[in-house]
Design a protein around this ligand. Structure first.
Ligand code: FCB
Length: 452
C-alpha cells in the first residue's frame, strides 16, 4: 500500500496535470498540409453539432501553443495529456508523412519539457483521417495496421522524450457514439457495425503496442472510460440490466485486454449481430500494457426496460443536482471503479487521464471567474481518489479535464469543462477559481484538500 503522510497527501512523485485533445482545441485543422478528419466532416454537416459549431478555430492552440504551455507552467502543472492528430502526421491516414505535422508535435513536446512538464500524448482521440473512413474506417480490418504504422512514425520521432504513451482514447465512445447511435463522427447507427468497430479498435490498440515494443523503451497503455453501474433496485431484472450495461460499457474493453475474451453478456445483447473472432485477434489485443488510463465522469443507475434498444436497460436519473451535461457528480464511483480494477484486473498501474465537469460559468470579472461547483467537483473526486490509493489502488497520476474550455464534440462550444475560461470571440484565456484551487492542491501534493 502507498505510504502517505498528512491527510490527503498523495504518494511521492504523483503526477498532477490536465488533459485536452487535438480536434477540441487546436483549430486550423487543414493547416500546413494536414488532411481532413472525420470530425471536420461531421462538424461541417448541418445538424450534427449544436449551433453549427466546428473545430475550425476552437481555442487556436495550433498557433497559441507556446502561451498555453506558459500558462500550464504558471498553474504549476507537472504533466500535460494531449492528443496527436493523425491527419496532421499522415494526411491520407497512411503512406505519405507530412513533416510539418510531426514538427508541430515535436516543438510542443520540447517546449513542455523545457518547462518541466511531462508530455502524455494519446495517439487517437477520435479524429480518424477521412481518407481512411472512405475505406471503411474502423470497420475495415486493415485499420489495425494503418494505426500501428502511424503510431510507429510518431513514436520514432519522439522516442526518448516521451515516456508515457496512450494508444486510444475511450474506444467505447468511438464505437457507441460513432457506429451504434450515430451521435458522434462518423455518425453511423447500426447494430451490426458497432461490435465490428469495437473489435478493430481493440486490434488497432494491440497492433500499436506491438509496434511500439519494437522500438520504444518506455510505457504504453490504453485509455478507457469507466462508468460503474448500479442497479436501480435489488430485483433480478435490474441486477441483470446493470450487468448488461457494465459488460457493454466497461468490460467489453477490459476483458479482452486483460482476460483474453469478451464478456458473455455481449452475445445476448447483439444476438445475430455478434461476430465470432479468431483466437489470433485476442492474442494481439492482449499485448501486455504498462498502465491503464481511466476517464471517469459519472456513474450509471440502471433499470430493466424492455423497450430500450439494444440493451433493454435505461439509466435512471438521480434526484440530485447534475452538471450541464446531465451527469451526476458521484465521487464514490471513482473509488468503486478503482477497487474493481484492483480486484478483477490485477491492480494495474493507473493514471486518471480525465475527470472534470461542465457547469454554467458566470462572466469573467476582474481577471477571474468564480466556479464553485467545478471546484467542489474537483475537491470531492480528489478526496475519493486519495481514499482509493489508501485502499491499495495503484494510481500514479491525475489529469483534470480540461485545461481549456473547448469544442465539446456534438455540444459544440456550449459546454465548458475548462479550469481555464476561453472567450471564443477574443480567444483570451482566464484561469477560473478552480484552476487556482488546483494549483494549490498540486503545490502541496494534495494537502490543500484538507481545506473546506
Ligand atoms: C470524454 C472525452 C473528452 C471530453 C470529455 C467531456 O468522453 O474523452 O474528449 O469530451 O468526455
Amino acid at each position: 500500500m502507498a505510504r502517505m503522510g498528512a491527510a490527503f497527501e498523495f504518494p511521492p512523485g504523483f503526477l498532477w496535470g490536465s488533459a485536452t485533445s487535438a480536434y477540441q482545441i487546436e483549430g486550423s485543422p487543414l493547416a500546413d498540409g494536414a488532411g481532413a478528419g472525420i470530425w471536420h466532416r461531421f462538424a461541417h454537416t448541418p445538424g450534427m453539432v449544436a449551433d453549427g459549431d466546428t473545430g475550425d478555430v476552437a481555442c487556436d492552440h495550433y498557433r497559441r501553443w507556446r502561451d498555453d504551455v506558459k500558462l500550464m507552467r504558471e498553474l504549476g502543472l507537472r504533466a500535460y495529456r494531449f492528443s496527436v492528430a493523425w491527419t496532421r502526421v499522415l494526411p491520407e491516414g497512411r503512406g505519405r508523412v507530412n513533416a510539418a505535422g510531426l514538427d508541430f508535435y515535436e516543438r510542443l513536446v520540447d517546449c513542455l519539457l523545457e518547462h518541466g512538464i511531462e508530455p502524455l500524448p494519446t495517439l487517437y482521440h477520435w479524429d480518424l483521417p477521412a481518407a481512411l473512413d472512405d475505406r471503411g474506417g474502423w470497420l475495415n480490418p486493415d485499420v489495425a495496421h494503418w494505426f500501428a504504422d502511424y503510431a510507429s512514425v510518431v513514436c520514432r520521432r519522439l522516442a526518448g522524450r516521451v515516456k508515457t504513451w496512450a494508444t486510444l482514447n475511450e474506444p467505447w465512445v468511438v464505437a457507441d457514439g460513432g457506429y451504434l447511435r450515430g451521435t458522434l463522427a462518423p455518425g453511423h447507427r447500426n447494430r451490426f457495425e458497432a461490435p465490428i468497430a469495437a473489435h478493430h479498435l481493440l486490434r488497432a490498440h494491440g497492433a500499436a503496442v506491438q509496434a511500439y515494443r519494437a522500438e520504444g523503451r518506455h510505457a504504453i497503455g490504453l485509455v478507457v472510460n469507466l462508468e460503474p453501474q448500479y442497479p436501480a433496485s435489488d430485483s433480478d431484472a435490474d441486477l441483470a440490466a446493470a450487468r448488461r450495461v457494465d459488460a457493454y460499457v466497461n468490460r467489453q474493453y477490459l476483458d479482452p485486454v486483460f482476460h483474453g475474451h469478451y464478456p458473455p453478456e455481449l452475445h445476448a445483447i447483439f444476438g445475430d449481430a455478434w461476430p465470432a473472432w479468431p483466437q489470433a485477434d485476442f492474442d494481439l489485443i492482449g499485448q501486455p500494457i504498462d498502465f491503464l488510463g481511466i476517464n471517469y465522469y459519472t456513474r450509471g443507475v440502471t433499470r430493466h426496460d424492455d423497450g430500450a434498444w439494444p440493451l433493454q436497460a435505461t439509466a435512471v436519473r438521480q434526484p440530485v443536482p447534475c452538471s450541464e451535461t446531465g451527469w451526476e457528480a458521484y465521487p464514490r464511483g471513482l473509488a468503486d471503479a478503482l477497487a474493481w480494477l484492483r480486484d478483477e484486473y490485477g491492480n494495474p498501474p493507473v493514471y486518471i487521464t480525465e475527470n472534470g465537469s461542465a457547469f454554467h460559468d458566470p462572466p469573467v470579472r476582474d481577471g477571474t471567474l468564480d466556479d464553485p461547483l467545478r471546484a467542489d467537483y474537483l475537491r470531492r473526486h480528489l478526496r475519493a481518489l486519495h481514499g482509493a490509493i489508501a485502499q491499495g489502488c495503484d494510481v500514479r497520476g491525475y489529469m483534470v479535464w480540461s485545461l481549456l474550455d473547448n469544442f465539446e464534440w456534438s455540444f459544440g462550444f456550449s459546454r465548458r469543462f475548462g479550469i481555464v475560461h476561453v472567450d471564443f470571440a477574443t480567444l483570451q484565456r482566464t484561469p477560473k477559481a478552480s484552476a487556482r484551487l488546483y494549483s494549490r492542491i498540486i503545490a502541496g501534493n494534495g494537502r490543500a484538500l484538507a481545506e473546506d
